[in-house]
Design a protein around this ligand. Structure first.
Ligand code: PLP
Length: 422
């Protein structure tokens, strides 16, 4: 099946009641057939449902569907995009290790990597997503993961995915791409050598700003990087917390297996079955929505590009954009998603424009059917130092738009009147 069909059918083939829609299995726990069945499940002699912190049949459909869409082999849904990113890191790194992160990432990823994991003894080193060769200087024996976004939020850069994964592979270091903005309909990082893909499902996956969630997808045969690689010794040595299980000896995808058995067990950032059901509904229309988000965003980017009060527009779908070549290389069907940013002279001007829009709402979210205007320097990126703001590509006069599904002309007229009065 192709992506549009996978988004509607993968992971679910009906059940004993013949329900056409995937049911919400709203339960905390599962009854075992007998005591032996219970112990077989805990020992992984048989696979099945144990407890909703670890797995759930509704969430399972979402995970299987998303894994297929990303071209991966297995997925784990989480309670938020941030917990998916944290699990990707915590699954490989410990005190004394380091990870390498693109400078141009979502503000939460900058604070997670620059501050929170530092307190766990994990160092974050940063590279410019436009200069993958910087990785050569940063990778050492303690490097466990390279994290970057396929389309960066909010600077709207496009990563040269293959340049990054080629270097990572030469050191046998895992790579992780946050594909939230592009979605698997536009870009499939695993096809370009990425090992782990993470998403905030809170964005284009739900598509209507309905729930907070995340997902982490593992590529097939990740064992070729993990097996007998001293960098990832804990995948090759017995896990004492699970009766000496060795992840790379298991007949299951080892990265997501360890997230499930160790991290979901101990940290428990699990989605509710209801939210997993919402993500399933969202996936069914994702390919239609992302086409419309992309078409509308391109028309708005062209309008802004010709506006005298706009200094610069960042949208990879524009031929004039410095990321356009990368967009042509990595994105499908000329789409570039619904996120764009533009720059005006000052912070005050940017805030005035946001105040004057009527259809665009001032909200710190993206990927909603409703259009959103954000001033990153005073909101999503407020906790970043001036230096961090600069390297994240967030000048004070930058405005981010998440273009929704309203009529394109209405959106252009809304921006036009907000800019006129400025
Ligand atoms: N990744 C990106 C690119 C994001 O934009 C966001 C949130 O805005 C996140 C991750 C975090 O996701 P969540 O809010 O679901 O934790």
């Amino acid at each position: 099946m192709r992506e549009k069909s996978l988004a509607i059918h993968a992971g679910y083939d009906g059940n004993e009641f013949g329900t056409m829609a995937v049911p919400i299995y709203q339960t905390t726990a599962y009854e075992f057939r007998d005591a032996k069945h219970a112990s077989d499940l805990f020992e992984l002699k048989e696979l099945g449902n144990i407890y909703t912190r670890l797995m759930n049949p509704t969430t399972d459909v979402f995970e299987k569907r998303f894994a297929k869409l990303e071209g991966g082999v297995s997925a784990i849904a989480t309670a938020s995009g941030m917990s998916a990113i944290f699990y990707a890191i915590a699954n490989v790194a410990e005190v004394g290790d380091n990870i390498i992160v693109a400078k141009q990432v979502y503000g939460g990823t900058t604070t997670l990597t620059g501050h929170t994991i530092k307190r766990f003894g994990i160092e974050a080193r940063y590279f410019d997503v436009h200069k993958p060769s910087e990785l050569e200087e940063l990778i050492d024996d303690k490097t466990k993961l390279i994290i970057f976004e396929s389309i960066t939020n909010p600077s709207i850069d496009v990563a040269d995915i293959e340049a990054i994964t080629t270097i990572a592979k030469s050191y046998r270091v895992l790579t992780c791409t946050d594909n939230t903005v592009a979605t698997p309909i536009i870009c499939r990082p695993i096809e370009h050598g990425v090992d782990i893909v993470v998403h905030s499902a809170s964005k284009y996956t739900t598509g209507q700003g309905l729930a907070i969630g995340g997902i982490l997808v593992e590529r097939e045969n990740i064992i070729d990087t993990l097996k007998d690689n001293s960098r990832y010794y804990h995948f090759n040595e017995p896990d004492e917390s699970y009766h000496g299980l060795i992840y790379t000896n298991m007949p299951l995808p080892p990265f997501t297996l360890r997230v499930r058995l160790a991290l979901l067990r101990d940290l428990g950032a699990t989605p509710s079955p209801f939210n997993s059901w919402l993500y399933i509904q969202g996936l069914e229309t994702l390919s239609l929505r992302i086409r419309q988000h992309s078409n509308s965003a391109l028309a708005i980017a062209k309008f802004l590009e010709n506006h005298p009060k706009v200094k610069k527009v960042n949208y990879p779908g524009l031929e004039s954009d410095s990321n356009h070549e990368m967009a042509l290389k990595y994105f499908s069907d000329g789409m570039a998603s619904g996120l764009l940013s533009f720059e005006v002279d000052t912070k005050a001007q940017a805030q005035n424009i946001a105040d004057r829009t009527k259809i665009f709402k001032i909200v710190t979210n993206i990927g909603d059917s409703k259009s959103i205007i954000t001033h990153p320097a005073s909101t999503t990126h407020q906790q970043l130092s001036l230096e961090e703001l600069k390297s994240a590509g967030v000048p004070a006069g930058l405005i981010r738009l998440s273009v929704g599904l309203e009529d394109t002309q209405d959106l252009i007229e809304d921006l036009s009147q907000a800019l006129e009065e400025e």
